[in-house]
Design a protein around this ligand. Structure first.
Ligand SMILES: *Cc1c(COP(=O)(O)O)cnc(C)c1O
Length: 402
């Protein structure tokens, strides 16, 4: 393998984001392939016994086993780190493997975590059900209330964990304030940045410590593979995350890494164009429903903050129908172009009813506390012509009685 300029940090960190997304983290084999090679191998062979001994002793660079390192996976990790502006990145088999690793690698029995009420259902499950089983206390707060973060801090608070904008309420949390508060108290912030990706929001620039991803979403961008990533300082990744990951094995497969590498090449364009489409579609929907949760539109309580910390609105927004679940399901059933699907970040437009899908397991009380109402619909706006999407929504809203 030859390190191209793509693996030279001094050079690549000077490139602008669109260049990093295409050329960052590129190694080439002796074959001189233009596209990144796919190394479907679990193990590696060595010329002699001394070589393998030196690699295991950490005295020589090189691969030993794909749970520890794989060239295709390493290319993806280098590229994500570059896009994020992070010192280091490691990838996992899914977004949830990434979130679990980012939390479990640093928390121990007796520690305390503060996390956001509005969050992806499985992220809430980690704090509500998994961590307490291991003696880790969790306080759940309204992430948009800055004072609530400070009030929740205890002497043993180790981690703040939240996403912004949050799924599916589109709550916007104040990255600069919350990360600053955490820093001043020696608390590590873990931000789930799946809705934005580094193309639209870079939490490290606001003082975050760790940024974790479902790369299944906008990073792949075409709904093909599950993938996750954790970014942070060399110290966090090497001393906290790697010992956990290497010994528990939530690794990303090289094939999935290769697919995400291809996805990243168009991330910047897709994220911006989908945001543009989501704004246009959002403006149309805002004229037809009483309540829309869209961070770029008037009436959203987090609008000013969203404009401060995000480059564009992202592909996702939600809206609420007064007729509850029945009317929301009727609208979904009337769609002709937009698919009924609970995925997000795809280049296809997808819509779902969170209360009966992604947030079903939280139960009615959990949903109520989080603001996920029975009439709420969430849309991922894709890359189709927004006028076709508007026409589809127009006829579906009419069929649902709106
Ligand atoms: C999808 C998602 C996850 C989980 O990611 P998977 O790749 O599905 O495991 C976590 N957080 C957010 C905000 C998500 O949208």
């Amino acid at each position: 393998m030859k390190r191209t300029t793509g693996m030279d940090r001094a050079k690549t960190s000077q490139w602008r984001p669109a260049t990093r997304a295409i050329r960052g983290g590129t190694w080439r084999s002796e074959m001189g392939e233009t596209s990144e090679a796919l190394f479907l191998t679990s193990g590696y062979c060595y010329d002699d016994a001394a070589t393998v001994a030196a690699r295991f002793a950490g005295e020589q660079d090189g691969m030993t086993y794909s749970r520890l390192q794989n060239p295709t996976v390493a290319m993806l990790e280098e590229r994500i780190a570059l896009l994020e502006g992070a010192e280091a990145c490691r990838t996992q088999a899914s977004g949830m493997a990434a979130m679990t690793a980012a939390l479990l690698c640093q928390l121990s029995a007796g520690d305390h975590m503060v996390s956001a009420r509005a969050a992806f259902g499985s992220c809430r499950w980690l704090g509500d059900s998994l961590l307490p089983r291991f003696g880790i206390d969790v306080t759940v707060i309204d992430a948009t209330d800055n004072a609530a973060w400070e009030a929740a801090i205890r002497p043993n608070t180790k981690v703040f964990f939240f996403e912004t904008p949050a799924n599916p309420t589109m709550d916007v949390a104040d990255l600069e304030y919350i990360c600053g508060l955490a820093r001043s108290r020696g608390i590590t912030t873990v931000i789930d940045n799946a809705f934005c990706t580094p193309a639209l929001q870079r939490p490290l620039e606001w003082g975050a410590d760790v940024v974790a991803y479902s790369a299944t979403k906008l990073m792949d961008g075409q709904g093909r593979v599950l993938a996750g990533a954790v970014c942070g300082s060399e110290e966090f990744i090497n001393e906290k995350l790697l010992p956990f990951q290497r010994n528990t094995g939530p690794n990303l497969s090289p094939f999935n890494a290769w697919v995400v590498l291809k996805g990243l090449e168009t991330l910047d364009m897709r994220a911006r164009k989908q945001s543009e489409n989501a704004l246009k579609v959002g403006e149309f929907v805002a004229g037809r429903v009483r309540r829309i949760l869209h961070p770029w539109l008037d009436g959203h309580p987090g609008q000013a903050l969203a404009h401060k910390q995000m480059d564009a609105c992202g592909p996702i927004f939600s809206f609420v129908l007064d007729g509850g679940r029945e009317q929301a399901h009727a609208l979904l059933d009337a769609l002709q172009l937009i698919d009924i699907s609970n995925n997000i970040g795809d280049s296809r437009s997808l819509m779902c009813h969170p209360a009966s899908t992604t947030h079903h397991n939280m139960g009615p009380e959990g949903r109520e506390a989080m603001g996920v109402s029975e009439g709420m619909l969430r849309i991922n706006v894709g890359l189709e012509d927004p006028d076709d999407l508007i026409e589809d929504l127009d006829q579906a809203l009419a069929k649902a009685g709106l």
